[in-house]
Design a binder for this molecule. Structure first.
Ligand SMILES: Cc1ncc(C[n+]2csc(CCOP(=O)(O)OP(=O)(O)O)c2C)c(N)n1
Ligand code: SF4
Length: 340
């Protein structure tokens, strides 16, 4: 890979999309830039990429990266069904779902749970601003109790934490990050794409129009003051040599399914990212201390993904010919016997 071309010989421009129509300064725009960087550096083939989304400012994001790829902007909260369908139709595709906290944790909560439960192979980015940006700033289900709306209204409901929910249903990759922190988010995005199964990234992404004021717990200022990073992350793709030099005892090396490595250098509290209960405890403790914990919370590289569990073939389903699809005489008779 040269400075200007990636391992496929493609320039960074190929990974860009249409000009953003979101507000200047919106956290979602920064996430788009980090996605462009991650996909360019990983050398994902644009024709193998599928971008799925629902409804919201966040759900417009797929239009702003990798123009020459596939995508479907579905109805509100139904992105997981689209991601599942694409993965079943062709398990070799790289599926990235982009959603909002409203799209995923309110109207789409049921779909979110079942996608993770099945461990569908996809990267699931929640651009989390704690409000419904597109419909002008109502509290969403991730808004913290006591946080204040722009016009002064106080949220009196408990939040639903996308990461805690993901851990509860056994999601195989759970991480939290901040749109303003590319150093952390880019390696997490790369690891999520390399991971085989559902990789959830809850990315706090401030809405400058409706939720970036004093009293908001999803503003740039609040995150800067309260963020605690668990690890410093380096992602080494399978096609590069490991050249990270860390002091022994402070580093964990997670080997991903495709042979890539995620090197975690301890920064915050002691945490083993393969310990699901430990991750739950850590989130709860940090909440009680008024901190926002970011980093890789949990990973399980052993869990079978949906397509493998369903014994789907490697080739796209539409390429299966009649001979592959037609049951043998023996299989057919066995089937008929079941109805006798
Ligand atoms: C079925 C349905 N219900 C309600 C709406 C109205 N609506 C549009 S976007 C949205 C919420 C978007 O919030 P979020 O997913 O957090 O995205 P953001 O705009 O904050 O990025 C709602 C309620 C809709 N489009 N469709
Ligand atoms: S309204 Fe908020 S979420 Fe929507 S584009 Fe503007 S800043 Fe971003």
């Amino acid at each position: 890979m040269s400075a200007t071309l990636n391992r496929l010989g493609l320039p960074r421009e190929v990974y860009k999309g249409a000009a953003s129509t979101l507000c200047a300064g919106c956290g979602h725009n920064s996430i788009t830039n980090h996605l462009v960087k991650a996909l360019f550096e990983l050398g994902v083939e644009p024709s193998r990429l599928v971008k799925m989304s629902g409804i919201g400012c966040s759900s417009k994001t797929p239009a702003y990266f990798v123009s020459q790829s596939h995508g479907f902007n579905g109805v509100h909260g139904r992105m997981p069904a689209l991601a599942t369908g694409a993965n079943l139709a062709h398990r070799g595709l790289v599926v990235i779902g982009i959603s909002g906290d409203g799209d995923s944790i309110a109207i789409g909560l049921g779909q979110y749970l079942h996608l993770m439960r099945r461990n569908v192979d996809c990267t699931y980015v929640i651009e989390d601003n704690g409000i419904y940006g597109l419909t002008k700033g109502q509290f969403s289900a991730t808004a913290d109790i006591g946080s204040v709306q722009k016009r002064g209204q106080i949220n009196t409901y408990l939040p639903i934490d996308p990461c805690q929910v993901a851990l509860a249903v056994g999601c195989s990759f759970v991480a939290r990050s901040f749109s303003g922190d590319g150093k952390q988010l880019v390696p997490l995005l790369k690891a999520a794409i390399a991971h085989r199964g559902t990789a959830v990234l809850d990315v706090i992404s401030p809405c400058v129009a409706f939720n970036d004021h004093d009293g908001s717990t999803k503003s740039y200022a609040y995150v800067k003051e309260h963020e605690e990073q668990i690890q410093d992350l380096s992602f080494i793709p399978y096609f590069e040599e490991i050249q990270v030099d860390y002091e022994p005892g402070t580093t964990a090396d997670v080997r991903l399914h495709d042979g890539s490595h995620l090197v975690l250098h301890k920064l915050g509290p002691e945490h083993d990212p393969t310990d699901r209960m430990g991750a739950m405890r850590l989130i709860e403790q940090s909440r009680q201390q008024g901190q926002l914990l970011t980093g890789l919370l949990y990973i399980d590289e052993e869990m079978e993904d949906f397509a493998s569990r369903e014994h789907l073939p490697q080739q796209p389903l539409r390429d299966l010919d009649e001979a592959a699809l037609r049951p043998s005489r023996e299989q057919f008779e066995r089937l008929m016997a079941e109805f006798a």
